[in-house]
Design a binder for this molecule. Structure first.
Ligand code: FES
Length: 313
């Protein structure tokens, strides 16, 4: 669903992170949303970027995100920092959730790295509101560069938050946090790939589904990506997918309508059934067992391990 919002407030959190608050342009209230949700902003320069909402999602008065101005990046965050101002009207898609809480978990371990604190903050606020058992581990390069440190030091659940700042020689002890799996525990991590890879490797002995990851880092292609073809079962049309171009982009270039939201492999809006071929899954939506089943793929980022794929569309 797309709707217009007005940028109602910008707050500086750190030298390179600002919070942005949006209200619906038609004046209607923001509907409740699930903790860990995100919105996708259609920027005036044509870029499409997805950001986590920082609130718990119950009776929200506005939609709030935090954006790190990435000097080396694809330019979306830089555009936001340099160009957006209060009063601007923007189109957004959402609200979507790809980082939901484990429904049956009795204990929750939240791990944030840098700007990855945004969805973790949302989850923590919600868990606190329902009286859940949880703890937050928040790692950043320095206190000065970490968003929401002041907020997290004041919240009612501040005793459940542990900070780790590189420049204060504090290292997050993932071995200690993840070494033993206790039944009914779920882990959530959002941060840079290095942190998420670490969490993944140190939680390899945890049951599938008990570790949830969220990231909005761009999904870069691989240097050895190969071309392949995609056939649409309904029309028989065949499209060449070259290296460096997604299936989604090629189909759209040829007038095929494909739904999408984040276009970064995190929301699941472009998941499409596969009839033949083996996809090279690169999304962060499907679980490992769903990827092994090979019956759905994300057209915005995944490629093919076989010379051709047949899509059920
Ligand atoms: S559009 Fe979000 S996963 Fe593809």
């Amino acid at each position: 669903m797309e709707f217009d919002v007005i940028l109602s407030k910008i707050s500086r959190e750190t030298e390179s992170i600002c919070s942005y608050e949006f209200r619906r342009a038609d004046g209607s209230p923001v509907a409740d949303y699930m903790p860990g949700s995100n919105i996708t902003i259609l920027l005036p320069n044509g870029m499409v970027r997805t950001y986590s909402l920082t609130d718990a999602g119950v009776k929200p008065d506005a939609l709030r995100i935090a954006v790190l101005n990435q000097a080396v990046g694809r330019g979306g965050s830089r555009f936001i920092h340099q160009n957006l101002k209060p009063g601007d009207v923007l189109r957004v898609r959402g609200i979507a959730n790809s980082f939901s809480l484990h429904e049956t978990a009795r204990r929750h371990i939240l791990v944030a790295g840098g700007i990855g604190v945004t969805p973790i903050l949302s989850l923590a606020k919600h868990l606190e509101s329902i009286g859940a058992d949880f703890e937050v581990h928040y790692a950043a390069r320095s206190r000065r560069e970490a968003a929401f440190v002041d907020i997290l030091a004041r919240v009612p659940f501040k005793d459940k938050v542990t900070f780790y700042f590189d420049d204060e020689q504090q290292r997050i002890d993932l071995d200690g946090i993840l070494s033993s799996f206790v039944s009914g525990t779920a882990v959530y991590c959002c941060g840079p790939s290095s942190l998420m890879n670490n969490v993944t490797s140190k939680s390899g002995h945890w049951p599938e589904g008990s570790v949830r990851l969220d990231s909005f880092e761009p999904l870069d292609g691989n240097a050895d990506d190969q071309a392949f073809t995609v056939k649409l079962a309904s029309t028989g049309q065949i499209f060449d997918i070259p290296p460096g171009k997604s299936i989604l982009r090629v189909l759209r270039d040829h007038g095929v309508c494909v739904g999408s939201q984040c276009e970064q492999g995190v929301c699941g809006a472009c998941l499409t059934p596969i009839l033949e071929g083996r996809p090279d899954h690169r999304d962060r939506v499907l679980s490992e067992s769903e990827k092994r089943a090979n019956d759905l793929m994300a057209l915005c980022c995944s490629r093919s391990l076989t010379k051709s794929l047949v899509l059920d569309m």
